[in-house]
Design a protein around this ligand. Structure first.
Ligand code: PGA
Ligand code: ZN
Length: 415
């Protein structure tokens, strides 16, 4: 049973405050911390910030911390940490709002994550096994963000993320090695072409070169894959457009031009023809279910991922499934605010033939929990940044440990 719940304010990888929660049971302990986005979807659960201009430019989270330490802690004391769903549902009911604005999704999620960890620890079971059972043995393909654009970098790239996916590897550890080698080859390619400052990095550890067109970024990736000694069948490319960020209500601003949604469909179809692109996330703005559906039907063998479109919310995902608006769900625990609801979204996706991509946020902490979640869910891909910077490698390194523990039972997902 839960004997103590304690939250504190810590810093995330952007240097902003976030919530960390400790939960003690009689025989176990769980500590979890909450990530934060920059290109957040408007339909995400609410991240409660103090708005006290005298502290951290208004970004303090002392109110959320206080909600954990007072109201919520009192309710949770004496509950069984193994009853994840009961605890999550109680917090949702006490909050009473659609977007968790009473306590803040950051307060609720911190408890939800720490509860799972405390329960696993109390039972002496690894977290991925506690959450996923004995059928949790598949290691996801890492989709590593190696060129940062959009809101995540100071360059002129409209597309936010250019990712490499070592799908041809035989094991997760080899995939990670292939990704890291290619990341370094890319650094060399960028430095040779654009100078030493081109290897400065953005929020997710990817390079942020002074490139302004999608084609230039993709050409650099293709050169890097070749330089590293790999082929396009071994490493594919993933994009996250985060297109709400370059949509003005009518047109999309990309490669220095404003284009209509229908032209953007053709733009993507051209890219898929020209480059080894396996996945495109948020190709259109967050309410454009129809344009998503058009691209999904035309790019039939491409993974079309809904992030800001679905915000890990079963209602929005159900609408997307109905409209055939994508074929993959991006799963971010802080978009919805509890572990139980995140698993509900993954289940709905998988029952309908959608892939699941478990994802970090652009501001992360050293908490590796999404690695365990991705194995527990049986996710096809994990997106957690470049193979560099500790808040990113914390997750990849945790997958190495899980792979090691599974031993011969481990399987690397074949896409
Ligand atoms: P964010 O970006 O964490 O800044 O929202 C990640 C993404 O769009 O996938
Ligand atoms: Zn995204």
């Amino acid at each position: 049973t839960i004997q103590k719940v304690h939250a504190r304010e810590i810093l995330d990888s952007r240097g902003n405050p976030t919530v960390e929660v400790d939960i003690y049971t009689g025989c176990g302990f769980g500590r979890a911390s909450v990530p934060s986005g920059a290109s957040t979807g408007s339909n995400e659960a609410l991240e409660l910030r103090d708005k006290d201009a005298d502290r951290y430019n208004g970004k303090g989270v002392l109110d959320a911390v206080d909600n954990v330490n007072t109201t919520l802690a009192k309710e949770l004391l004496g509950m069984d940490a193994r009853n994840q769903r009961e605890i999550d549902e109680l917090m949702i009911a006490l909050d009473g709002t659609e977007n968790k604005m009473t306590f803040g999704a950051n307060a609720i999620l911190g408890i939800s994550m720490a509860t799972a960890k405390a329960a696993a620890d109390s039972l002496g079971i690894a977290l991925y096994r506690y959450l996923g059972g004995t059928n949790a043995f598949a290691l996801p393909v890492p989709t590593m963000n190696v060129i940062n654009g959009g809101k995540h970098a100071g360059n002129d790239l409209s597309i936010q993320e250019f990712m490499i996916q070592p799908k041809g590897a035989d094991t997760f550890s080899n995939a990670l090695r292939i990704g890291a080698e290619t990341y370094h080859a890319l650094g060399k390619v960028l430095e040779d072409k654009y100078g030493a400052s081109a290897t400065n990095v953005g929020y997710e550890g990817g390079y942020a070169p002074p490139i302004s067109t999608t084609a230039d970024a993709l050409d650099a990736l293709v050169s890097a894959i070749e330089e590293a000694g790999y082929t396009e069948s071994e490493i594919s490319i993933g994009l996250d457009s985060a297109a709400s960020e370059f949509f003005d209500g009518e047109k999309y601003f990309i490669d220095g031009k404003k284009i209509a949604p229908a032209e953007l469909v053709d733009y993507y179809l051209d890219l898929i023809e020209t480059y080894p692109i396996l996945s495109i996330e948020d190709p259109f703005h967050e309410e454009s279910f129809e344009d998503f559906a058009t691209l999904t039907s035309e790019a039939w063998d491409t993974i079309i991922v809904g992030d800001d479109l679905f915000v890990t919310n079963v209602n929005r995902l159900a609408k997307g499934i109905e409209m055939e608006a994508a074929n993959a769900l991006l799963l971010k625990v802080n978009q919805i605010g509890t572990i139980s609801e995140s698993f509900d979204a993954a289940n709905l996706a998988q029952r309908n033939g959608y892939s699941v991509v478990v994802s970090h946020r652009s501001a992360e902490t050293e908490d590796p929990m999404i690695a365990d979640i991705s194995v527990a869910i049986g996710g096809d891909l994990i997106k957690t940044g470049a193979p560099a910077r500790s808040e990113r490698t914390a997750k990849y390194n945790q997958l190495l440990r899980i792979e090691e523990e599974l031993g011969d039972a481990a399987r690397y997902v074949q896409l």
